[in-house]
Write a protein that binds this ligand. Structure first.
Ligand SMILES: O=P(O)(O)OC[C@H]1O[C@](O)(COP(=O)(O)O)[C@@H](O)[C@@H]1O
Length: 328
């Protein structure tokens, strides 16, 4: 299969997840939106001529309708190449259930063995775009990071804008950021979309800081690697069992600073995302009559190509239809 087709193939996966769940926007049912996104993903993967194996999913065991770790996706035809798949069919289920911004469907693909099997635990993260690459250190305090990023971006500290997830665990961090004098953009859910934002200058966002899911950190790392930005992460196991999960994932030093290359190795790395609801980088899906409009970004590390894909889906005619009455 041509590489270009992998990029386009994975956009179809995130588009399918988006189309499948987005008509359930605001209906208050998280399980339903999650299930719909997963059905869209599975449907679109059937069209992909690869041997894909989910290494980052939503669950370690097969609890349909969840994308589980170890799940085989793609056609698994003779001669097809094997790939690791990291997938979040819907990052921010509650956002779709409640009709709030920042929900995306995201996927990362790398050659077999090249995606860090992140355990389902928290990770401390710091991320910036290409111009601030080299200016961050997750082991330094917030002020030092802000100062260095401001210098790299040739901005005043007061003009630096930071994304922080609205969580109790971040109360001190938010207080500290306000004391330093930066602009703080607090978001509810969806830290993959938030991590992408600093890599696109016109979002006006300079950094993401704070604690979110480790699997989401891997997906963000794939994107930032392709975009030339930087992410650093530290796993945060909170008990013996979570430490054991880290060890099983091959992390012997829990304190290790994980870089994008630690989280997703090699050159053959792809990332795609489609917005379900509006985010800083991508506009969410809209409907007009029987037509749906989706907005996606797809990128490949090896070539450095970043494509924005705006698609028009004639729902009666072609793509994923609502409520999992699929046709293509
Ligand atoms: O909700 P928590 O426990 O603070 O976890 C943070 C994680 O939750 C999310 O906001 C949403 O994840 P889900 O879609 O799985 O609910 C992630 O983007 C983030 O990494």
């Amino acid at each position: 299969m041509e590489n270009f087709d992998i990029a386009m193939g994975i956009v179809r996966v995130t588009e399918a997840a988006t189309l499948s769940c987005s008509r359930l926007l605001g209906k208050g049912n998280m399980d339903q939106v999650d299930g719909a996104a997963v059905e869209g993903v599975r449907f679109a993967f059937e069209l992909l001529p690869i041997k894909g194996r989910v290494v980052i999913g939503e669950c370690a065991i097969n609890k349909s309708p969840i994308m589980y770790i170890g799940e085989k996706v793609g056609q698994w035809g003779d001669g097809q190449k094997e790939y690791d798949i990291a997938i979040d069919p819907l990052d921010g289920s509650i956002l779709v259930a409640k009709g709030r911004p920042n929900a995306i469907s995201a996927i990362a693909v790398a050659e077999k063995g090249n995606i860090f099997r992140a355990p389902q635990i928290y990770m401390n993260k710091i991320a910036v775009g290409p111009k601030a690459k080299g200016a961050i250190d997750i082991n330094a305090d917030l002020y030092t990071n802000v100062k260095n990023v401001a210098e790299a971006l040739n901005k005043d500290i007061e003009d630096i804008t930071i994304m922080i997830q609205d969580r109790k665990r971040h109360e001190e961090l938010i207080k500290e950021a306000r004391k330093i004098g930066v602009r703080v953009k607090v978001f509810g859910e969806g830290d993959i979309a938030a991590a992408l934002a600093p890599a696109f200058e016109d979002t006006g966002i300079d950094m993401l800081v704070g604690i979110g899911g480790a699997p989401e950190g891997v997906l963000a790392a794939a994107a930032l690697k392709c975009l030339g930005g930087e992410i650093q992460g530290k796993l945060l196991p909170n008990d013996e069992e979570q430490i054991a999960m880290c060890l099983r994932a091959g992390v012997e030093d829990i304190n290790k600073t994980l870089t994008a290359d630690d989280l997703i190795h090699g050159d053959d790395v792809y990332f795609a995302a489609t917005a379900i609801t509006d985010s800083d980088v991508l506009k969410g899906v809209t409907y007009k009559g029987d037509v749906a409009y989706t907005h996606s970004v797809v990128m490949r590390y090896k070539t450095g190509i970043i494509r924005f894909v705006d698609a028009t889906h004639k729902l009666k005619k072609s793509m994923i239809h609502i409520n999992n009455n699929f046709s293509i």
